[in-house]
Design a protein. Structure first.
Length: 83
C-alpha cells in the first residue's frame, strides 16, 4: 500500500526531527549544568521549590527542560507507533 508506506516514512522523518531537537536541547541543558554545577534534575527540584531566585537563566533552563520532556514524549509516542 502506497499510502501506508508514505505515512510510515513521514513518521520516521518526524522521529529524526525529534532526535535532532533532543540533541540540540540537551546541549543547552548541559551548558546550564556546567555553569551552575548541578544536574538538570537537581535544578528542577530546587526551581520547583522556589530555592533559586528569579534569575533569567533559571527560567530559560526550566523552559529548555520542559521542551526536552515534550520532545521525549513525542519521540516515545512515535517509537510506539512505529514498532
Amino acid at each position: 500500500m502506497q499510502f501506508k508506506r508514505e505515512v510510515v516514512e513521514s513518521l520516521k522523518r518526524e522521529l529524526s526531527i525529534c532526535n535532532v531537537a533532543l540533541s540540540n536541547i540537551k546541549e543547552k541543558l548541559e551548558k546550564f549544568e556546567i555553569k551552575y554545577t548541578m544536574s538538570t534534575e537537581e535544578f528542577n527540584e530546587k526551581f520547583e521549590k522556589g530555592q533559586l531566585g528569579d534569575d533569567q537563566d533559571f527560567f530559560e533552563w526550566n523552559a529548555y527542560n520542559e521542551y526536552y520532556n515534550d520532545w521525549q514524549n513525542r519521540k516515545r509516542a512515535l517509537e510506539e507507533i512505529l514498532s
